[in-house]
Design a protein around this ligand. Structure first.
Ligand code: Z5A
Length: 221
C-alpha cells in the first residue's frame, strides 16, 4: 500500500495559469498573516531550496548547452518532483513543525495541471508520486482562475523572453486550466476558486477575505 497524503492546516498554496496575479495575491496574504503576528514562510515551486531552484532553471530556462535537447514530458515530471522532494523535506516540513504558516506559489496541483493536463501524462502516475515523494497536501488552495487569453496577454506584456512552458500554445494552457478547475470542483473543502479576471486589487482583497474567513472558522490551525 502506498503512503498516506496528509493535509496540513497551516500550509496554503496558490495556483493558476499565467498572468493570474499570484504574485500580488500571495504578498497580500503574507501581509495579512504577518499582521496577525504569525511567522510566515513565503516560497515557490518549482524551487524553494538552492538545489530545487537549479532544477527550476533546468526545466524553465535551460542554458545553451542543453537547450537544444528536447526535454521529455516524463523527465519534466520527474524533475519537478525531484525539486518538490527537496523543498518539502528541507523547507516546508521544518517550517510547519516550528509552527509557521507556509505560503507556496504553486505546489503539486500544478503537476496535475501542467504535466497531466498540458503534457498528457497519466494522473494516476502523478498521484502515486504525490503519495510516495510528497505525502503532504495544503490545507487551503486558492485557485486564481482567469481566461487563458486574458492571463497570457497580461504575462506577454511583461515577458521579453518566454520560458519553455510559457512558449506553449493556447490549447496547452486550456488543458491546464481545465484540470485546475476540475480539481477544485472535486475538492471544494480544500480549494477556493477566485475570479482573477477582476482588477488586481480586487483579486488580492478576495483572496485575503477568504483567508480571514478560513482562519476565523478555525481551519488554519
Ligand atoms: N510548473 C509545472 O509545469 N509543474 C509544476 O509542478 C510546477 C510548476 C510547480 C513556473 O511558474 C512554471 O512552472 C509555470 C508552471 C510550471 N509555468 N507557466 N506558465 P511561475 O509561477 O513562476 O510562472 P507563471 O505562472 O507563468 O507566473 P506568472 O505569469 O508570473 O503568473 P502570476 O504570478 O500569477 O502573475 P503575476 O506575476 O502576479 O502577474 C503577471 C502580470 O500580469 C504582471 O505584469 C501583473 O502586473 C499583471 N497582472 C496580474 N494580475 C492582474 C490583473 N488582475 N489585472 C491586470 N494585470 C494583472
Amino acid at each position: 500500500m502506498s503512503p498516506a497524503l496528509l493535509r496540513h492546516p497551516r500550509f496554503v498554496s496558490l495556483e493558476g495559469g499565467e498572468g493570474a496575479g499570484k504574485t500580488t495575491a500571495i504578498n497580500a496574504i503574507h501581509a495579512c498573516l504577518r499582521a496577525q503576528g504569525h511567522e510566515v514562510l513565503l516560497t515557490r515551486e518549482p524551487g524553494g531550496t538552492p538545489l530545487a531552484e537549479r532544477i527550476r532553471a533546468l526545466v524553465l530556462k535551460p542554458d545553451e548547452e542543453i537547450a537544444a535537447e528536447p526535454l521529455s514530458a516524463e523527465a519534466e515530471l520527474l524533475l519537478v518532483f525531484a525539486a518538490r522532494a527537496q523543498h518539502v523535506r528541507q523547507v516546508i516540513q521544518p517550517a510547519l513543525r516550528r509552527g509557521a504558516y507556509v505560503l507556496s506559489d504553486r505546489f503539486t496541483d500544478s503537476s496535475y495541471a501542467y504535466q497531466g493536463g498540458g503534457r498528457g501524462l497519466d494522473a494516476a502516475w502523478i498521484a502515486d508520486l504525490e503519495r510516495r515523494v510528497v505525502g503532504l497536501l495544503p490545507g487551503l488552495t486558492l485557485l486564481l482562475d482567469v481566461d487563458v487569453e486574458v492571463g497570457r496577454a497580461r504575462a506577454n506584456g511583461r515577458d521579453l523572453w518566454p520560458d519553455r512552458i510559457e512558449s506553449e500554445h493556447d490549447d496547452f494552457f486550456q488543458r491546464v486550466r481545465a484540470v485546475f478547475r476540475e480539481r477544485a470542483r472535486q475538492d471544494p473543502q480544500r480549494f477556493a476558486l477566485i475570479d482573477a479576471a477582476q482588477a488586481q486589487e480586487c483579486v488580492a482583497a478576495d483572496v485575503v477575505a477568504h483567508v480571514e474567513r478560513w482562519l476565523q472558522a478555525g481551519e488554519g490551525r
